[in-house]
Design a protein around this ligand. Sequence first.
Ligand SMILES: [Zn+2]
Length: 405
Amino acid sequence: MRADHLGCYGYDKPTSPTIDALCEESAVFEKAIAHASSTLPSHASILTSLLPHHHGASWENRRALPENITTLPEVVRQAGYSAAAFTGGGQLDPIFGLTQGFDPYEVLPSDALGPTARRGLEWLDSLDGDPFLLFLHTYQVHHPYDPSPDALAVFEESYDGPFPDSISVETIKAINRTDQALPASDLAHVIATYDAEILEVDRVLAGFFAELKARDLWDSSLIVLTSDHGEEFGEHGFVGWHSHTLYEELLEVPLIIKFPGGQFAGRRVDRLVRGIDIAPTILKAIGSRVPPEFSGIDLTALWSGREVPPLLAVSRLDRVDQARVSSIRDERFKLLRPFSRRQRLFDLAEDPDELWDASGNHPLEVGRLLETFEEILATREAPSATEVDPSPELRRQLEALGYIQ
Ligand SMILES: [Zn+2]
């Protein structure tokens, strides 16, 4: 889910009434960066507070998260919490190692949030009041876009172009195979199906949040709503796709944290923050230790009055096993190291759409970011290889999600 399609991030269509209300009770991070534009490496960064370069989990490289890496659920369990995950599988299949610390870790047969949230509630009801970490994951805001007719009708009065109301992975692949730009009305239709999927997730969240309140869990709970990557709608040549570039439409994700007891409600944070900061923030908030190898920060430090140096966000394309397909950005500049061409620098203040290489105008920034990137990479050893061999069934599921070309 890209951040800019939510009302509380400035979107002008009604995708997210429930999430917008959650924002009112939360700290909202307006510039949160994912560490990859695909599911497995980005989730692994959230759960380990490590960069993809350091945890190694990657679908494209057929690598699982190594067993010796510490995960957020492992730490909270040591602090006396129960921890469960209910996921849509695919790149989060148990063979990729994100199961570490979760018990149970279940893969739901549907990619929709509804059944996943129901399983989460059943698990909560089995706990007998123990403190818990519940991780819910859905592919609903992900191609294929298959919204209900009534949700789609919220975003589209009529459409008589060539595409159906359900946008399959095959349709998206066909759109992206041609060199011609998609006509504006067809692009608007594809975006309407995406927005309708967000609304459907929002409706499920309304029910889920009501169930938490009915169990008297709302006020005391810390709730994080985020995403592992965005989606491209023609900004850099593709429609309805991700995992192929590191442009901001794929890396800027929502990050909304409701702290217990209404703390920090309504706070808007415009500084750059990262997926690796989520786990340390959760651990600090529950009074738990933060493992020294976690590389993010407790985000509440940003408004504690203490001086926090500007953060840098490093992301990696889930395509090759080298550091060279990576990006590093600060508040203004972003250095992209593509696979086959020389690096490019974007001045996001002057060129937020990332269209012009500004490296000629800012050679010092190129040098500074390259050097910092190498320094950050050198802070940890490269991860040990944990190769996996997906079963035929998992390969079929990943194909349906568009992850096998
Ligand atoms: Zn994903």
